[in-house]
Design a binder for this molecule. Sequence first.
Ligand code: ADP
Ligand code: MG
Length: 350
Amino acid sequence: MAPPDTPENIKRRASKEKINEIDNLLTVAVRVRPMNNRELSCSSIYDTIAVNQDKNELTVKGCLGLIHSFQYDHIFYSASPENCNFANQKDVFFTLGKPMIDNAFKGYNACLFAYGQTGSGKSYSMMGENCNIDDESANSDLQAGIIPRFCYDLFKRILQLPHTSCATVEISYFEIYNEKIYDLLAAPAPALDRRTPLKVREHPAWGPYVVNLTPHAVKSYTEIKDLLYIGNKYRATAATVINEKSSRSHSIVSIELSVCEIDSDGDDSGRRSKISLVDLAGSERVGNNSSNEDRHREGVSINQSLLTLGKVISSLADCKKGGGFIPYRESILTWLLRVSLIQLELSCLI
Ligand code: ADP
Ligand code: MG
């Protein structure tokens, strides 16, 4: 298979036509989850959020009756199934995940982030409550989130490739806690009290990568499902053992798709894309004046990392207007994901 492009090569070859192949370079969506018991017991907040689907506008009633309106590319109203605009897990995947699969087959990298406070529904949207998508009928399983659906559809698409094409898929799953990286799929899994953080190095051509992160070559959705199950379980147990909440870490499922095509002359060409599906740490303000040193350190790392992510995304969104420096290196998350965000950077060059 022809070697895939390095980030620098991609940049050099960037052309308007190629970038225009991607439908939406940056998409921002919001999801309204059902109220929990605590919220339901407080009737004064029932009408806090209103959605105008025609204008893609969400209105929030703040303190003192102040109204704040926000516009998004998509609003998923999942608060009550009786509502005619109700969006289920499949709808969310269809709008946000499916276009990423289309772009992955064209050879583009992409990132999807779930951002919000703890309890706002990030993990439910990204992973869902189970990953059991075993056949076409079960695909309507309401509980599976974007990640399992993405993986399921990826293999469905691979099976539809012409016989002159072949594809390989590699998956890794890791978390970033206190600016340190832990493999969730290391084999054998290290004892939880002795797991050591992995280092990040920078390859001169390929950019930053995690040293010794285990890539798993997978051949079917079932293989991915088993790995997700192991990673989720390890993450939850690790969180309990070190007395951390899993919402204090960012978790990243990274999928590399390589597609090779052989033309009628027998020449082959390769495309590779890297997709990062990220369940971010809770965005609530955590213990700036916390008496517990560990909690304080966690809070500082999370704030720093989310702040940097915000800065990177706004610099990328603004760069067409002549913005310059993109502070990828200010956090491990953005530094590592640079390669998945590169399409946005390319759009600034044309
Ligand atoms: P986060 O990951 O942001 O901390 P979770 O995804 O764990 O939040 O969601 C908190 C709770 O709300 C969970 O019990 C989850 O099942 C429930 N929940 C979140 N979003 C939805 C939704 N769209 N529909 C039904 N339940 C949801
Ligand atoms: Mg969560």
